[in-house]
Design a protein around this ligand. Structure first.
Ligand SMILES: [Cu+2]
Length: 68
């Protein structure tokens, strides 16, 4: 199990949070996702996570992201 923390820019409401969570959950390796609006971040857990794939999934939703 690996844990990846990412910073996300551009989330303004709970709909944004839900969109980011949904995008991250679509990645097969992802087992759990916690997205926080107040800290503009996401904690993702899973097996053999590829941080770049996580970033790409978030960016496809229209947000900017970096690995912390
Ligand atoms: Cu929103």
């Amino acid at each position: 199990m690996t844990k990846v923390e990412i910073s996300i820019q551009g989330m303004t409401c709970q709909h944004c949070v839900a969109a980011v969570e949904k995008a991250l959950r679509k990645i097969p390796e992802v087992q759990s996702v916690v997205v926080q609006l107040d800290t503009q971040s996401a904690t993702v857990e899973g097996t053999s996570l590829d941080p770049e794939a996580l970033i790409q999934a978030v960016e496809e939703e229209g947000y900017t992201a970096q690995v912390r």
